[in-house]
Design a protein around this ligand. Structure first.
Ligand SMILES: Nc1ncnc2c1ncn2[C@@H]1O[C@H](COP(=O)(O)OP(=O)(O)OP(=O)(O)O)[C@@H](O)[C@H]1O
Ligand SMILES: [Mg+2]
Length: 146
């Protein structure tokens, strides 16, 4: 049931709480974790419009990807130390679409996602990314509450 886990993270507190949960799923049969971060391509596009050259835009993009990779390193290590195989994926997309694309490609047993992310608005039952993933994913989604 938990053999292959798709774990999308925006590095927020709630997503980190999901990691703590995943760590403990080895005894429940977890073997592999797809650790996924989507660099929001809309952010990249709007930043590209406010710079003067293609080189500047490319630099912003590579900085964002590199920043994400750095944030993923300790998460990857923690999960590996817990005895899980980890595959790291960073993609440039609209977050929910990227998550659903990786779901299709990787065919996980389950998706484990935070109820909220970086915005973490008090009144919202779910964030917009987790809401769309819950609605549109084919696989079971386990939502870790804040
Ligand atoms: N860019 C992303 N890449 C991978 N996973 C993400 C990304 N953004 C959000 N997530 C996942 O979705 C969960 C919920 O985040 P979401 O963005 O829906 O909430 P929010 O930031 O509080 O609200 P919103 O983004 O709608 O303002 C996160 O805990 C994380 O697991
Ligand atoms: Mg968000």
């Amino acid at each position: 049931m938990f053999e292959k886990i798709l774990y999308p993270t925006d590095f927020s507190d709630v997503a980190m709480k999901a990691m703590e949960f995943i760590k403990r799923l080895k005894d429940a049969g977890a073997k592999e974790v797809i650790l996924l971060h989507i660099v929001d391509k809309r952010t990249l596009e709007s930043m590209a419009m406010s710079v003067y050259s293609t080189q500047d835009a490319m630099k912003i993009e590579s900085d964002m990807i590199e920043g994400a990779r750095k944030e993923m390193n300790p998460i990857e290590k923690t999960l590996k130390d817990a005895g899980l195989n980890v595959k790291v994926i960073i993609e440039k997309e609209i977050p929910f679409r990227g998550i659903l694309g990786v779901e299709k490609r990787e065919n996980p047993s389950v998706i484990i996602i935070g109820s909220h992310g970086k915005s973490n608005i008090e009144e919202m039952l779910l964030g917009s990314v987790s809401e769309k993933v819950v609605r549109k994913a084919k696989k079971p989604v386990l939502v870790i509450k804040r």
